[in-house]
Design a protein around this ligand. Sequence first.
Ligand SMILES: Cc1ncc(COP(=O)(O)O)c(C=O)c1O
Length: 316
Amino acid sequence: MLETRVAIADYLRRTRGALADPQHIVISSGVTQAVALLGQTLRTTPLAMEDPGFWQHRKILQHNGVEPIPVPIDDEGIDVDALASSGAEAVLTTPAHQSPTGVVLSAPRRTALMEWARAGHLVIEDDYDAEYRYDRAPVGSLQGMAPDRVVYVGSASKTLAPGLRIGWMVLPPHLAKAVISSKWLADTGGSVMDQVAFAQFLISGEYDRHLRQMRRRYQNRRTALLDALARHLPDATVLGAAAGVHLTVRFPDTFPLDDLVTHAKKVRVRVEPVARCYAEPATAPQGLLLGYANLTESQIERGVRKLSGFTVKRRT
Ligand SMILES: Cc1ncc(COP(=O)(O)O)c(C=O)c1O
């Protein structure tokens, strides 16, 4: 729907500094389908991915015939020197809030990545949760700095609901035709009714109002999680910026993480080991992903306290 693409272009320009021509926006079934369609379109292009990175994206690329080249992350984000020497011609990256470590790409790295892109490479910018930055305004999108070299990808999964399956791609002109064709061949287009409703939500200003509310709510939940971890799981070190709707925590090498994960299952607290985000899970540092978006502050406190039952037992 053109109306939806115009509303998304306006929203991304206002909030992310993106330069989006509605003609070059494709509405997808979430970022998931965007990654699949880009994988299909770029099948013969050597494509890099952050390591660690979102495990689901690695699987989706593989399913679409692309074996992503792993590029390491450090506390400034993706290692652009390693990317440049990897042989990759494109990269899938999460610069505003690295998934899963939560690191924000540093200013020197942003410059280096944009230089790499302008030298004829392609950056796929997964901006999956940039709406949620709690300590300052979020960094702007990379796409606004080099619209011809960056594919911008986002969705309503973190802002409204993952079940909606509404996402968007802002494409450089040279890729638009191929990706539009891939989307049409995949499903002849997403639900028009959902797109009309989403456009109305954006145009009416209700989406912005909703985000202002949710930012406060999630910030309180994040604070509750930090407090509970400090109280009940002091072995956990929190990584990354004050942003998003998940935390990544790291444990010392000697910490019996497998036992904690087994205990978590038993007491019905959902935690996700970070190992599967690594290209080589066996070499991953010990860590967990903890989501807090759909929990109240008291549920968060109760959940972490339940996990700590394990720590107490371990120490006695
Ligand atoms: C790194 C990353 N990108 C994107 C998404 C959103 O995917 P989708 O829009 O398909 O729900 C997620 C959701 O968990 C994610 O973790």
